[in-house]
Design a protein around this ligand. Sequence first.
Ligand code: DX5
Ligand code: ZN
Length: 219
Amino acid sequence: MSEKIVAPSLLAADFANLQRDIEMVNQSEAGWFHLDVMDGVFVPNISFGMPIIKAIALHAQKTLDVHLMIVDPDRYIKTFANLGANNLTVHYEACNHLHRTLQSIKSEGMLAGVALNPHTSVNLLEDTIQDIDLVCLMSVNPGFGGQSFIENTYQKVRDLKALIQKKNTKTLIEIDGGVNSGNAAKLIEAGADVLVAGSFVFKSDDPTATIQDLKQRIN
Ligand code: DX5
Ligand code: ZN
C-alpha cells in the first residue's frame, strides 16, 4: 500500500510569518503544500494569487498542490506551471470542457486534478476518470477554512474508490475541508490517499506535532 499524504493548507498559515510556516512544513512529515487560490467569483472569498505563490515556491521544498477555486481556469494553466505548481486542480463546476482542460494541464507537465463540490456526484467523473491524476473531494463548501466536515463525504470516497477500481486507474483521492484527528483514519479506511488540513494544523499549539500525529494515524 502506498504511503498516505498529509497536505497542510497554507490558507490557515500566518501570512505575516509565511516563510516561518513554510519552513515548518519543509521540516515536518507533510508530503505536499496545499495552496488555495480563490477569485471571489467561483467562491465568495479572495485568497492569494501569483505573487504569493511565487514567493512560496522560492522556499517550499515539497510538492506544490495548487487548488484553483476560480472561474475559467484554462486562462491560467501556463502561468501556474511557470510558477512551479506540481499539481493543478480545477473545479468540475468551473469547466465547460473538462477533458480539454485536463489535457492542457498535463501538457504543461503537471498532475491534473479535479475538485468536486459537496453537491457534485462522483458519478459525473465516469467518462473522465481515466484522464484524472487526482480527485479532490470537497468535504466543506469551498471558500473558507475552519468549517465543519460534511459527513456524507465518507460515502463519496467509497463511491469514488469503486469507480477508480472499476476503471482500473491510478487516480489519487484527496479530501479537503474540516479534516482533523477524528476523521483522518476513517477517511483513509474509506479509500482516501491525501488529506488536506488547514486550521487543524496551523491553529494548533504545535503544528509540527499535529502533522506528525495525522501522519501516524493514516499510515
Ligand atoms: C477551502 C479550501 C481548503 C481549506 C481547508 O475552500 O479549499 O483547502 O484551506 O481548511 P480547513 O482544513 O481549515 O477546513
Ligand atoms: Zn483547498
